[in-house]
Ligand binder design. Sequence first.
Ligand code: TXA
Ligand code: MG
Length: 327
Amino acid sequence: PNPSHATRTLPYGAAAIADAARVIAAGGCVAVPTETVYGLAADATESGAVAGIYAAKGRPSFNPLIVHVLDLAAAERIAVFDAVALRLAAAFWPGPLTLVLPVKPDAGIASLVTAGLETVAIRVPAHRAMRSVLAASGVPLAAPSANASGAISPTRAAHVVASLGGRIPLVIDDGATTAGVESTIVSTAGGISILREGPITREQIDALFSRESGRPVSHALRAVTLDRGRGSAVTAPGQLDSHYAPSKPLRLEAREAGADEWLIGFGAIPGDDTLSATGDLTEAAAHLFDALHRADASDRRTLAIAPIPHTGIGAAINDRLRRAAHR
Ligand code: TXA
Ligand code: MG
């Protein structure tokens, strides 16, 4: 192995942050926890740095990345905010909400980040590690989830090392992430569309606007397509039906384990492991990817998971499970 590709894991702290800022200034990428999942962060204004993210993940270059910034003022230097976007930002930032907005062409965001689209996905994270790296590096950071493209998302430093070890120089370890599923992605073009379900729930967004204007939330998950010209179109998130995928077949809505099958339980269904014994959906989201990683590493031939209610963050859990089960 090439020693320059040895992956170091450092605990969150001043030394790790300084090291991360050095790697990013040199055009490299670093795995950093956020409140959702671990992200693979690089300078969003440097196309070479962004290319390094795509290379490390083995990600198809048509799939655009999320830009992370410290605050709304920094976001407004990059994207054009309408009134609805400002209201969403005021309500949910810093936090697990990503807004898809028109990109300002002079903001210096590398076109590899937006994959050539006229919009940019942007968010203000709440996690101390990502915020410290943003402050120390002083640039907007493009950061997709820190896993090989299509694989299960990482909620622990060890997941990142298992997936990208040897391909990136540094992982900042700040324990398990709290939300456990990727940010909710919302577009405000022509109404409000949820492009990816996540920790900020449809119910929360509905409540915000029904209080004020009665504006309905259109559920555009997988329906919104972005015309990229030449007849090729990209639907927003998870364009790929198979995503977040374990290496073994996964059976959904299971009530008991079959032969040689690992069952992930929920509530009254105990299983080999459980997302939440008390049936708590927030706890279940936080445990989801860790449970899939452990199930995949078990000695059983196939995987199964108990039914998960579709309310609140359950919608995000079921979205990830549907893709994880698709083969
Ligand atoms: O929680 C998260 O959002 C994590 C952490 C690291 O912040 N990041 C994350 O990034 O999930 P990633 O790259 O795995 O997912 C980004 C999603 C993709 O599905 C992509 O298609 C969508 O955002 N996206 C990015 N730019 C877009 C745009 N301009 N229009 C529509 N969708 C966009
Ligand atoms: Mg991802």
